[in-house]
Design a protein around this ligand. Structure first.
Ligand SMILES: NC(=O)c1ccc[n+]([C@@H]2O[C@H](COP(=O)([O-])OP(=O)(O)OC[C@H]3O[C@@H](n4cnc5c(N)ncnc54)[C@H](O)[C@@H]3O)[C@@H](O)[C@H]2O)c1
Length: 289
């Protein structure tokens, strides 16, 4: 399949990432379906797309016609069959749980023609394992966007054990059309960015637990000492402490290497529901902000 053959993209999952990916694909001119398991989640996806775009219009940074153009290309649906009907590429952004993803891929494989390419936005799970749920392992690939997907430039293109060269090339071309920069990564736990970034955030929790410095000073040290735009705790609160913990669990389980052992403080915060900005409290408190 060539890039020019791709007219319609089905995005499965309308959460944080699925909605952002749907927006990025529509802005690049593709017809998009955005599917979730219930209408209220699809509506939530549209809200996540619409509200920031509307703010850009109010600030005079974007024309209303452009926003309307993007939204008109996205069709929200619940039935899976309707979502993938006529799509040449499926981008999956459902929960980071292997059983859920595999169940979905089995169903997708049953209802999509064999030429359709399946790309997973997984942050850390094995593309090779997901592909075993299908009969098209050569057309299953990782397409790891970063949050917020319409803004962040990078996409890690993950090659599973059986992914064909043509599939990797096609996804790289799609990335280019979306205005993204692709890096090709062989399957490995955490790929490149999360393998480097999440253990750094985890170590910040170890520093905090040892009482080496305050959260504010740890963030300040990394921002001013390494030019990071956000400190490790600001970033952890932004992405979600539970997401960071999930990635550490995968790195630790897959490698068995003690350097990837999740911080007990990070675990404690997640157990307490301190998940970051989304729950109102993580390392920092966001209630009243
Ligand atoms: N949040 C991030 O910063 C980030 C960054 C990169 C990649 N990811 C990855 O993207 C994926 C989605 O993460 P998210 O943060 O958007 O999660 P999220 O919880 O915001 O959204 C997931 C959505 O998937 C839906 N869903 C579950 N099963 C489904 C199914 N069978 N069909 C359709 N929809 C289904 C849920 O209802 C939910 O709306 C995960 O694999 C995650 O690891 C997340």
């Amino acid at each position: 399949m060539q890039l020019s053959d791709i007219k319609k993209i089905a995005v499965i999952g309308a959460g944080t990432m699925g909605s952002g990916i749907a927006q990025a694909c529509a802005a690049a001119g593709f017809q998009v379906t955005m599917r979730d398991i219930e209408q209220r989640f699809v509506d939530g996806g549209f809200r996540r797309i619409r509200e920031p775009l509307q703010k850009r219009v109010e600030r005079g940074k974007m024309a209303q016609a452009e926003v309307d153009g993007i939204l008109s290309k996205i069709h929200g649906v619940v039935p899976l069959k309707e979502a993938v009907d006529g799509a040449q590429l499926v981008i999956e952004a459902v929960f980071e749980k292997m059983e859920i993803k595999k169940e979905l891929y089995t169903e997708l494989d049953r209802i999509c023609p064999p030429s359709v390419v399946f790309a997973s936005n997984t942050s850390s799970l094995s593309i090779t394992e997901m592909a075993t749920a299908t009969k098209r392992a050569d057309r299953v690939v990782g397409m790891h966007f970063f949050n917020p997907a319409p803004v962040m430039k990078l996409v890690e293109v993950i090659r599973g054990s059986e992914t064909a060269d043509d599939t990797v090339r096609l996804i790289q071309e799609v990335c280019m059309k979306l205005g993204k920069e692709a890096v090709e990564v062989k399957e490995s736990p955490g790929f490149v960015v999360n393998r480097l970034l999440v253990p750094m955030m985890n170590e910040a929790f170890n520093l905090l637990q040892e009482g080496v410095a305050s959260p504010e000073d740890i963030d300040k040290a990394m921002k001013l000492g390494t030019n990071m735009p956000m400190g490790p705790f600001e970033l952890a609160d932004y992405t979600g402490l539970d997401i960071g913990l999930d990635v550490m669990e995968v790195l630790f389980r897959e490698t068995g290497d003690p350097k990837f052992r999740p911080s007990t403080l990070l675990r404690k915060y997640v157990r307490a529901g301190r998940l970051g900005r989304k729950s109102g409290r993580g390392v920092y408190n966001y209630t009243g902000t």
